[in-house]
Design a protein around this ligand. Structure first.
Ligand code: SF4
Length: 463
């Protein structure tokens, strides 16, 4: 890639992005629920409450809400679940993954957590041993709440530590201290959940390779199953946007060096790299962390959820979570500011008929094919050529010539009937992935940005 081109364009967490969604009319859940027939689906619950708003955050969450407001929200989630269940029961829908994200789900009291688990189990059917995933933050990870999670059968806890440097945490606007993160992580590990993953951020102004490695070294002393490395993005609506406007500089090349060193460090410690962000502890020793045929199929280990995260057939409960049902993707309108999110939550709570879908997108066959390519190519084991050909009747390189270009540049390798990102390609995921966005979706995203971005941030959505 050219030296002056940014590599931090966009995290392709899912496709298409929420900013491509628009108001819908005449769309009813019952007409689109058939992908949820039978077993093996995902259920997502969004808890849009946080203690304070982190400086870089543009996720759907609000602060300053007390027990009463959270109670009212959970009541609406119950009504939504009950209305959805009337549609799902005849389809025999059984969920095998239940994810509770946010926001900060552990802002709920122990009683509310209990109530939330029973309500969801009451309205929805699960397989015998579902994967139950929950995101948490250090300040909320108390012993009492972890006990509730253990009893509810939670299988994966994801903790946003971000750094073990107080200075870096302060710059990020995180509420917790490094000492609180240490104590929480120790507490969390003592509960012996099947998987714990810990998130870190790099590219923080003032951060160095050495401070990042020191944080990771400390994290590894707790032996978490997975580590996620996120580049610092400051997008529209985040508090740090103001700091950028006032002259704070995000150094992309410093971030890249940190990432390369950190990725090498984790691999040397026996963590297999499965995507630009995800590093999975292998049972093998250091230096043997390359994916094997077993990890390729990914069926028996805990990688399945994250391979599909944002791409699986999934139904969302709550305000701000997205549902993916074949050609229909939907969600409440995208909001970032406190007032915008609060307005959406109030509207959500006032909704009488949750089965009428009022905001989202209907995807063509062509968009579904792009989604398939993005879903597979950016994550190990990669894009399965035989499966692609039998589903679409063509080769991905013919449909998307840019892939051929990536092969010739060494970003993508054709290996054992998979197209996989090379080491270099993986580091470029946030640059390569966005090139697969269709002109139609790109046009919608740009239209949203024109309508919502501040003049200082226009064209400056980066790192
Ligand atoms: S980054 Fe997470 S914890 Fe921080 S404000 Fe956003 S949702 Fe809340």
């Amino acid at each position: 890639m050219e030296h002056n081109t940014t590599r931090y364009v966009q995290y392709m967490y899912s496709y298409p992005h929420k900013t491509a969604y628009r108001p819908l009319s005449g769309v009813h859940l019952q007409d689109y629920a058939h992908p949820l027939k039978g077993k093996g689906h995902s259920l997502y619950l969004h808890i849009p409450f946080c203690e304070t708003k982190c400086g870089y955050c543009n996720l759907f969450s609000v602060t300053g809400q007390g027990e009463g407001e959270i109670e009212a929200y959970l009541k609406s989630v119950g009504r939504q679940g009950s209305q959805y269940q009337d549609i799902l029961a005849p389809l025999g829908t059984e969920f095998s993954v239940f994810t509770i994200g946010g926001g900060t789900p552990l802002l709920l009291t122990e009683r509310q957590l209990d109530q939330m688990f029973s309500m969801v189990r009451n309205y929805h059917s699960f397989c015998r041993r579902p994967e139950i995933i929950l995101e948490t933050a250090p300040n909320q990870t108390t012993r009492e709440k972890l006990k509730v999670l253990k009893e509810a059968g939670v299988t994966r806890v994801s903790m946003g530590v971000q750094s073990f440097s107080d200075q870096e945490l302060a710059l990020l606007g995180r509420r917790h201290s490094a000492a609180a993160a240490r104590a929480s992580l120790k507490r969390l590990m003592s509960f012996d959940f099947p998987t714990v993953n810990v998130d870190f951020i790099y590219g923080i102004p003032g951060q160095t390779v050495s401070s990042l490695i020191t944080s990771l070294q400390e994290a590894l002393s707790y032996e978490p199953g997975e580590i996620f490395l996120y580049p610092l993005y400051v997008k529209h609506g985040a508090r740090m946007e103001k700091m950028l406007a006032e002259g704070m500089v995000l150094d992309e090349w410093a971030a890249l060096r940190q990432y390369q060193e950190a990725a090498g460090f984790l691999q040397a410690k026996g963590y297999r790299q499965d995507s630009m962000r995800r590093f999975v502890q292998t049972r093998k020793g250091a230096g043997e962390a390359e994916p094997t045929e077993g990890s390729r199929v990914g069926a028996a280990d805990n990688s399945r959820h994250f391979q599909d995260c944002g791409f699986h057939t999934s139904l969302a409960l709550g305000c701000g979570g997205r549902s993916y049902l074949g050609t229909l993707h939907f969600c409440t309108p995208y909001a970032i500011t406190q007032s915008g999110c609060l307005e959406q939550i109030r509207e959500y709570e006032a909704t009488e008929d949750f089965t009428e879908i009022r905001h989202g997108i209907l995807l063509s066959e062509e968009e579904l094919r792009r989604r398939y390519v993005i879903r597979h190519l950016l994550i190990r084991p990669g894009l399965p050529l035989t499966a692609y050909q039998s589903q679409f009747g063509t080769k991905p390189q013919e449909d998307y010539p840019v892939i051929q270009d990536w092969i010739s540049r060494g970003y993508v390798v054709d290996q054992d009937s998979f197209l996989s990102l090379s080491h270099e390609g993986m580091a470029l995921s946030d640059y390569l992935g966005p090139q697969l966005i269709s002109p139609w979706i790109r046009g919608r995203m740009e239209e949203w940005e024109r309508m919502h971005q501040s003049p200082q941030m226009r064209g400056k959505s980066i790192l």
